[in-house]
Ligand binder design. Structure first.
Ligand SMILES: NC(=O)c1ccc[n+]([C@@H]2O[C@H](COP(=O)([O-])OP(=O)(O)OC[C@H]3O[C@@H](n4cnc5c(N)ncnc54)[C@H](O)[C@@H]3O)[C@@H](O)[C@H]2O)c1
Length: 352
C-alpha cells in the first residue's frame, strides 16, 4: 500500500490543521469529509479539493475506499465515532481528549483490541520538534530520573464558549480541554509512570467573564455569552507509584495579571523548561549550566506539531510503525482527568 485514503469527520477549527498536514503528506489522499453542518463540510471540501461530502459519519464509514479517519468532532462523540470507525475497518486518529468517561475509554481500547486496527490519540504536543530534541536528552539519561513536573496554562479571559462551555458535549472546562495536553506531555516525558493517587480542586467563581469589555479573546463559532456549565479553573497534585509527582493548574477565567504557559520537568541530573521555550538545566564541574538549544522552534510550533503527528499516523497505517500515543495512553489520561474531577467533587484524595 503506497497511498492512504483519508476521511475527516468534524470540519471545524482544528480540522484545518489536519487537512493542511494531510495535503502536505505525499502518501495521503483526502477522499471524504463529514460534518453535521453541511455548509461547513462543503466549504472545507471545496478548499481542500475533497471529492466526497457527508453529513452522517456512518455514510462516510460505509465508503470502502476510505482507509483511515481523523476525528475532529466535539468530545462527546469521540468514543462512538472511533468505535464505529474501527469496526468498519478504518485506522483512527482521534483528537484529544480521547473521550469523556472512563467507561467510554475502556470500550475504545476493547474495540482496538477486537479489531486489530490502530487508534492514535491526538496528543499533538508529543510531536512538537522541541520535544523530539528534549526526548534525546532524556533517553540518553542526561536528566536522570524525573521526579517532579509542573504544568500551568493560565488564561485570564479565555472560555471559548459554544460547545467548549457545555459540559455535556465537552466533558468539562480547562482541565479536559487544555490541561489534558500538558498533563499528558509531562507524564509521557516522565516515562509514563503508574498513577498512585490524585488530589484536585475545581472552581467556578468567575464564570465566562462575558462582562469584560475592551479585551478580545477567541470565541467558538456558536459562542453564547449566557451559557456556561464548565469550571473556570482546576488544580491538581498527581502522585506516582515511583515517588514522582506532577502539579498542574489551568484556567479559562482567573484574576491573573496575564496569560501564561509553563511546563517544567525536574530530574536528579538535570531539568528542562518546555514552555514557553525549551531550555535544559544541568551542572558540570560544580557549575550550574542553563543550556538553550539552538533550534528553529524552541517553543511549540503549532502547525509543525500537526505535520509531525499526521506524518506519524500515515506512517503507522502504511508501514506498521507502533503509534507514539496509543489508545492505552488515552485511557490512562481519562482516568487521571476523571479522578481530578471526582477528587474535587468529594473533597478527598482518590487512590488508584
Ligand atoms: N490538538 C489540539 O491542539 C486541538 C485544538 C483544538 C481542538 N482540539 C480538539 O478537536 C476537536 C474539535 O475541536 P474544534 O475546536 O475544531 O471545534 P469546532 O466546534 O470548531 O469543530 C467541531 C466540528 O465538529 C462537528 N461535529 C460535531 N459532532 C459531529 C458529528 N457527530 N458528526 C460530524 N460532525 C460533528 C461540528 O459541527 C463542528 O463543525 C475537539 O475534540 C477538541 O478538543 C484539539
Amino acid at each position: 500500500m503506497s497511498e492512504l485514503n483519508i476521511g475527516l469527520i468534524g470540519s471545524g477549527s482544528i480540522s484545518e490543521s489536519h487537512l493542511q498536514a494531510y495535503r502536505a503528506n505525499p502518501r495521503a489522499k483526502l477522499l471524504a469529509i463529514c460534518d453535521i453542518n453541511e455548509e461547513r463540510a462543503r466549504n472545507m471540501a471545496g478548499k481542500y479539493d475533497i471529492p466526497h461530502v457527508y453529513t452522517d459519519y456512518r455514510d462516510l464509514l460505509a465508503n470502502s475506499d476510505v482507509q483511515a479517519v481523523s476525528i475532529c468532532t466535539w468530545n462527546n462523540s469521540h468514543a462512538v465515532i472511533s468505535i464505529d470507525a474501527l469496526e468498519a475497518g478504518k485506522q483512527v486518529l482521534c483528537e484529544k481528549p480521547l473521550c469523556i468517561t472512563v467507561d467510554e475509554a475502556l470500550q475504545m481500547q476493547q474495540a482496538v483490541e477486537r479489531t486489530g486496527n490502530l487508534l492514535q490519540v491526538g496528543y499533538v504536543r508529543r510531536h512538537a520538534s522541541n520535544i523530539a530534541v528534549l526526548k534525546k536528552f532524556i533517553d540518553a539519561g542526561d536528566l536522570g530520573g524525573i521526579y517532579f513536573a509542573k504544568a500551568s496554562l493560565i488564561r485570564r479571559l479565555g472560555n471559548p464558549g459554544g460547545w467548549f462551555a457545555d459540559k455535556a458535549r465537552s466533558g468539562g472546562g480547562p482541565l479536559i480541554d487544555i490541561g489534558v495536553h500538558v498533563i499528558d506531555l509531562c507524564w509521557y516525558l516522565m516515562g509514563r509512570p503508574k498513577v498512585k493517587s490524585v488530589s484536585g480542586n475545581i472552581y467556578a467563581k468567575l464564570g465566562n467573564r462575558s462582562n469584560i469589555e475592551n479585551y478580545a479573546f477567541y470565541q467558538a463559532a456558536d459562542y453564547d455569552a449566557s451559557f456556561n456549565t464548565v469550571e473556570d479553573m482546576a488544580n491538581a497534585l498527581i502522585r506516582f507509584e515511583n515517588g514522582a509527582s506532577l502539579m498542574v493548574d489551568v484556567s479559562f477565567s482567573l484574576h491573573a495579571k496575564q496569560n501564561s504557559a509553563l511546563v517544567n520537568i525536574y530530574g536528579d541530573k538535570g531539568g528542562a523548561e518546555i514552555e514557553p521555550a525549551l531550555s535544559i538545566v544541568t551542572e558540570r564541574h560544580n557549575t550550574i549550566l542553563n543550556i538553550d538549544p539552538q533550534i528553529t522552534s524552541p517553543g511549540f510550533d503549532f502547525q509543525g506539531g500537526f505535520q509531525n503527528e499526521i506524518d506519524h499516523f500515515v506512517a503507522s497505517c502504511l508501514d506498521g510503525i507502533p503509534p507514539i500515543s496509543p489508545v492505552e495512553d488515552g485511557v490512562e489520561m481519562i482516568k487521571i482527568l476523571n479522578a481530578i474531577y471526582e477528587s474535587a467533587a468529594e473533597g478527598r484524595e482518590i487512590h488508584f
